[in-house]
Design a protein around this ligand. Structure first.
Ligand code: NAD
Length: 500
């Protein structure tokens, strides 16, 4: 069935005065509106605790759009006129009845065909309560579609994720739940499938006969900033590995789906997560490394260690860095390590994937005492977006010498226009009913059960923290993890082939 490219809907944003709504959701909705991807028949109800009039809320929406937009925001008044506000404590039962009546009026006024999207942009402890109320107070009783968009974190372990899922399933079926993993909205993460399945030169090599290892790195220079309270209960394993890192691994490792549709792609990703070797108890130290940043230098500025951050326990055992070796026990990947690495306060901000191919069977250049660089396919996710293929070739006049060369494709900059923000694409997908780039419950459950084994072991065994300097590439044990297999991490920043 062809999806409606200009969907009509009433969108309720819970947490409409918060950071996510202001920084991401309003500007993304505006860009959809500006490009004509939103029909005129849409309305937004912002819900939050603070008392605000509709006019004040519309002013906030305009400000947030203007601070994110590159232009002055044409038609901004018209856009903002679709926004309404309801001051509401989500734990207050009576308030939902008012919200239901308000929604019914707007449905009629904007001819939304009874389509509703409920976007939960607030602290996860409220997700279950809101979903139950939406159902009991009749807000989900609609003539059109109803969809729930839910932010991370989806629980903090398998048990709590199951409890949350059971709560939201009382009001929404699995195919009405859109669990956001904003990495799946990133242009180059979406591109992994195209690179793999639309190129005859890669897919035949995409296996344990030709690939020696795969490295997925997501590093930031920022520390925990003002999120200390949240981060203390989370750490890098739950905040990054359970969702974003494992999602990227699943996309890299999955079998070609029989069709490029939601069910088939998700089902292939689930198979990868099922094939991931369980790592628990005394195996954890062999396969995983944790770290916590101490003080150091970022851009020549002295920064403090994690334990000195606001709302962080001075004895904190929370990890701000994780490196791990994953093994996928299936025919395609047996014996190929997938190394993942993520951390805060690292030396540069970069998310990228390096696929390292096996060495050729024989080096014909040994007489010139040359070691050949392995071929690499690098997928740059952020801040750069693109692909680089590392080859060996002969430079002019350099007879019989092989020199490393790079073939690069930059996704940005072709026409000078930045690629759309992840949230813009995900909101649009949700409005069109395409759940491919949202995580299915089976993926969430499998990821949590993998990660729980590691976090349970770490909780029992205090770490020697801090163990890496701010501005570095993480603890040295992370290098040892690869060195044991005869590999090393490719640099976090730009991969200068000449320096390899
Ligand atoms: P925030 O603290 O900035 O905003 C929270 C919002 O919830 C505010 O509008 C507040 O008024 C509202 N709220 C709180 N208690 C309420 C209550 N009892 N009744 C009604 N409204 C209430 O949080 P945020 O940074 O916008 O994050 C929201 C969610 O999105 C969280 O689940 C977070 O983990 C997730 N998330 C945020 C970001 C981001 O960039 N900010 C990124 C990824 C995920």
């Amino acid at each position: 069935m062809r999806q409606n490219e200009q969907p009509s809907a009433l969108i309720m944003i819970f947490g409409a005065t918060g950071d996510l709504a202001n920084r991401k959701l309003f500007p993304s909705l505006y860009r959809l509106f500006e490009k004509g991807n939103l029909s005129e028949n849409f309305a937004v109800i912002g819900v939050a605790r603070r008392p605000l009039s509709n006019e004040q809320f519309q002013e906030n929406v305009k400000k947030s759009v203007q601070s994110a937009a590159s232009n002055e925001g044409e038609n901004i008044d018209e856009f903002a006129s679709h926004f309404y506000y309801h001051s509401h404590d989500v734990t207050d039962t009576n308030s939902y009845v008012f919200l239901r009546d308000m929604a019914a009026k707007l449905d009629e006024q904007y001819k939304t065909m009874g389509n509703r999207i409920f976007y939960l942009a607030m602290a996860p402890e409220f997700f279950g309560t809101i979903a139950i109320h939406l159902n009991e107070d009749g807000l989900t009783n609609v003539a059109g579609f109803k969809r729930l968009v839910i932010e991370k974190p989806f629980g903090h372990d398998l048990k709590s994720a199951k409890a949350l899922n059971n709560q939201i399933r009382t009001a929404f079926s699995e195919d009405e739940i859109y669990r956001i993993d904003h990495y799946l909205g990133k242009e180059m993460v979406r591109n992994i499938e195209v690179i793999r399945f639309a190129n005859a030169i890669f897919e035949p090599l995409w296996n344990n006969r030709y690939i020696s290892n795969i490295q997925v790195t997501s590093s930031e220079t920022l520390g925990v900033e003002e999120r200390g309270r949240y981060y203390e209960n989370s750490g890098a394993l739950r905040d990054m590995v359970q969702n974003h890192m494992l999602q990227m691994v699943a996309l890299l490792a999955m079998e070609p789906p029989i069709k490029l549709n939601t069910e088939e792609i998700r089902s292939e990703k689930v198979k990868v997560l099922r094939a991931m070797r369980t790592i628990k108890d005394d195996k954890v130290d062999k396969y995983f490394v944790r770290g916590q940043y101490g003080e150091g230098l970022i851009n020549d500025q002295k920064v403090s260690g994690y334990r000195e951050e606001q709302m962080v326990d001075p004895q904190s055992n929370t990890e701000t860095f994780v490196a791990g070796k994953l093994l996928i026990d299936n025919f395609r990947w047996a014996g190929v390590p997938f190394y993942i690495r993520t951390g805060k306060r690292m030396k540069s901000k970069s998310t990228k994937i390096v696929i390292q191919f096996k060495d050729i069977p024989m080096n014909l250049y040994y007489k010139t005492e040359q070691t050949l660089n392995p071929n690499l396919l690098v997928i740059h996710i952020q801040p750069e977006e693109g692909i680089t293929l590392h080859l060996n070739a002969q430079k002019t006049g350099n007879h019989m010498n092989a020199t490393p060369v790079k073939l690069s494709y930059a996704n940005t900059g072709i026409d000078g226009i930045n690629t759309p923000e992840a949230y813009e694409k995900l909101l649009y997908d949700c409005m069109r009913g395409d759940a491919t780039n949202f995580t299915h419950w089976d993926e969430v459950a499998l990821s949590w059960s993998f990660v729980d084994n590691i976090s349970q072991f770490w909780q029992k065994t205090p770490a020697q923290f801090p163990n890496y300097e701010s501005g570095s590439a993480g603890p040295k044990e992370s290098d040892v993890l690869l060195a044991r297999d005869g590999f090393y991490w490719w640099p976090i920043g730009d991969l200068e082939v000449e320096n390899c």
